[in-house]
Design a protein around this ligand. Structure first.
Ligand code: SF4
Length: 309
């Protein structure tokens, strides 16, 4: 934990792991998602913005390679020794046939094991219920040559809330996927949202306890946001949705952090969205202000990360 802060932040962890600065290169593989193609549902999770989750148009290996080349060139311009994490963020990136996943991962090949090692890691985001063993094996093989992070969306530990937000996977799915990722020797990072409908402050606390129980190395947490062109936007316009304001979010976030394990690294504490896509809460939360307010709140309580476990 950083001496000055009562919670573990990403920058010192990255520094210790990679020996220098690393920056993300976002790659859109154009994958899909079982909540959009009808396998589990249509229309996506109620908070998910179609555009915000990627294009959904399958990218050729060539297009992906171009995204990576351009991203690595941008990172290289930051200075000598600055490295990159290739980040497959949008949609469920392992929800594709094995050959397709192999093609996507193959795009990294020219950059692995180069003497100048511009690529530090791959981070691949997916749903806990779309990570078959054979896909995990491919990632495990890659993980012997370059660090691989698997990012799993949990969002809430409550199965009832999962149904309500039309996510349609379970806490058991999450624990199973997190266990298999860790068994494969890969870094596991989980996502949580505070303030989901029906989840409440107790839900935030329960989600943190489950993330601690799963033993994931990293946690990304953010406030519920209402984006245009989502199902949630309709509820919000109808006045049927309560959102956390920034001070309340900080209080819930403090509860959440108090229940994480001491070694878990907080990769993110707030969400952000394009100004023209964000309907609420407005004004948008300020990342630095939330970070500072969280430290103050924990100090005021005389607690720190993992105090309440
Ligand atoms: S949030 Fe993820 S799982 Fe939900 S609809 Fe969007 S892409 Fe699919």
């Amino acid at each position: 934990m950083h001496e000055a802060l009562p919670y573990r932040t990403l920058a010192p962890w990255l520094e210790a792991r990679f020996g220098g600065p690393v920056h993300r290169v976002a790659l859109d593989a154009g994958s899909s998602c079982p909540n959009r193609d009808g396998t589990k549902g249509f229309g996506g999770c109620t908070y998910c913005d179609v555009e915000g989750s990627g294009t959904g148009a399958l990218k050729s290996g060539l297009e992906l390679a171009r995204q990576l080349d351009e991203g690595l060139a941008r990172v290289a311009r930051r200075g000598p020794g600055v490295r990159a994490i290739a980040y497959l963020q949008s949609y469920s990136n392992t929800y594709v046939p094995l050959e397709r996943l192999s093609e996507v991962l193959g795009v990294l090949e020219p950059w692995i094991e180069r003497p100048d090692a511009p690529l530090a890691a791959l981070s691949i985001a997916t749903r806990p219920d779309t990570l078959p063993d054979e896909s995990l094996r491919l990632l495990e093989e890659l993980g012997r040559r370059i660090e691989v992070w698997v990012e799993l969306g949990l969002e809430s530990a409550s199965d009832e809330v999962q149904r309500r937000i039309r996510r349609f996977h379970t806490l058991a799915d999450f624990h199973d996927a997190a266990r298999r990722v860790r068994q494969a020797g890969l870094v596991c990072i989980a996502h949580a949202i505070l303030g989901l409908p029906g989840d409440g402050r107790e839900g935030a606390r329960a989600t943190a306890l489950e993330l601690a129980r799963a033993g994931v190395e990293g946690v990304k947490v953010h406030q519920l946001m209402v984006l245009k062109r989502t199902q949630l936007a309709r509820d919000w316009r109808a006045g049927a949705l309560e959102l956390l304001d920034e001070p309340t979010y900080v209080e819930w976030l403090a509860d959440f952090v108090e229940r994480l394990a001491p070694e878990q690294v907080l990769h993110r504490l707030t969400g952000d969205a394009d100004a023209d896509a964000l309907l609420a809460p407005l004004p948008a939360f300020d990342k630095s202000r939330v970070r500072a307010a969280l430290a103050r709140e924990l100090d005021r309580r005389g607690t720190r990360q993992s105090s309440a476990r």
